[in-house]
Ligand binder design. Structure first.
Ligand code: AMP
Ligand code: TRP
Length: 343
């Protein structure tokens, strides 16, 4: 992972991350998460990736849709380069230790900490009294996902930063209350040019699968023509592109498109602008559309191919769950010993 990352030497480097199977994948999920998950795996680090179905049901999910979306998400992971032979890939509900440790963390975390979570406030909306108790406790389950593996690094998009700070608070309080050095203080890994991919219609809003406007996002399953047309219609300003990154600071829509280009082509923003600085969007947008189609269409066709064989996907997830449980079970047992549960 990045230079300067510090972990207690007692914990070996282990990456964990999760994505909710609560709808289709967007370019934001790909650049902010999936692509970086494959990169971490390819660096030879131990990597564990999870479809967090128990997080998904904190808001209503139709059962048939949840099942389909879980398999589709698994296909998205694999098509993006996460190799089930080199990473552990599974769905959360198959490893009961997540829920078991989450209960312990429900008793460590404080109401006041949870009330400050911006994702809860956003998702609960005006009618917080009617939100599920699970939505309120969501971050404790997320902390359990990570800490049940003693994971040291968690690659995520910018929007998950606050949840990861809470994970650190829970680990710190547990260690302090029980006088142990048992849970690692996890490092969030929020790096690269695409940690916050913005809506194509509004440069102040995150690109999201839940945005009512389909034109605001690129879905991983969009065909080439749809991708090109969404990029063509993306909001921009009338100016030409600057030749240095600082020229984008007051231009959120322009910055977003350049960030996407940089992330897709594995370049820095300055490297991209060295080539395209001075050009108009009428010239840059087709370049971006071609690049996006070239990177995304092999992934979406591989996803479609994998989806034809759901039994194969289920077998991969079952095997991943067995591997995950083998790590999680002893850590949960030690946690129970620390807190005084008789066995
Ligand atoms: P979610 O789909 O909300 O479960 O998010 C799964 C992962 O994708 C998390 O690591 C998010 O931070 C990341 N992610 C979601 N939307 C974006 C976005 N617009 N830009 C960057 N990362 C994102
Ligand atoms: N909360 C994350 C999201 O909405 C998903 C998630 C659940 C997660 N558990 C996790 C991410 C553990 C990283 C690590 O995107």
């Amino acid at each position: 992972m990045s230079e300067g990352v510090q972990t207690s030497p007692a914990f070996k480097t282990r990456v964990f991350s999760g994505i909710q199977p609560s709808g289709g994948l967007t370019l934001g999920n790909y650049l902010g998460a999936l692509k970086r998950f494959a990169d971490a795996q390819n660096q030879g680090i131990e990597t564990i990736y999870c479809m967090v179905d128990m997080h998904a049901i904190t808001v209503w999910q139709d059962p048939a849709a949840l099942r389909r979306q879980t398999r589709e998400l698994a296909a998205g992971f694999i098509a993006s380069g996460v190799d089930p032979n080199r990473s552990i890939l599974f769905n959360q509900s198959q490893v009961a230790e997540h829920a078991q440790l989450a209960w312990v963390f429900n008793c460590v975390a404080r109401m006041g900490w949870m009330k400050r979570m911006t994702q809860f406030k956003d998702k609960a909306g005006k009618n917080a009294e009617n939100a599920s108790l699970g939505l309120f406790g969501y971050p404790a389950l997320m902390a359990a996902d990570i800490l049940v593996y003693h994971a040291t690094h968690v690659p995520v998009g910018e929007d998950q930063k606050q949840h990861l700070e809470l994970t650190r608070d829970i680990a710190t309080k547990f260690n302090h209350d029980y006088g142990v050095d048992f849970f690692p203080i996890t490092e969030p890994v929020i790096e690269g040019t695409a940690t916050r991919v913005m809506s194509l219609r509004d440069g102040s809003k995150k690109m999201s699968k839940s945005d009512p406007s389909d034109a605001s996002r690129i879905n991983m399953t969009d065909d080439a023509e749809t991708i090109a047309s969404k990029i063509r219609k993306a909001r921009t300003d009338p100016d030409a592109l600057p030749s240095e990154a600082k020229g984008l600071s007051e231009r959120p829509e322009a910055r977003n498109l350049v960030n996407i280009y940089a992330a897709l082509s594995d370049q820095t923003v300055d490297e991209v602008l060295r080539d395209v600085g001075g050009r108009q969007f009428s010239e840059f947008k087709p370049m971006l559309a071609d690049l996006a189609v070239a990177k995304l269409s092999p992934i979406s066709s591989e996803m479609a191919r994998l989806m034809q064989n759901p039994t194969e996907i289920d077998a991969i997830l079952r095997k991943g769950a067995d591997q995950a449980r083998a790590i999680a079970a002893p850590i949960l047992q030690q946690t129970y010993d620390i807190i005084g549960m008789v066995r």
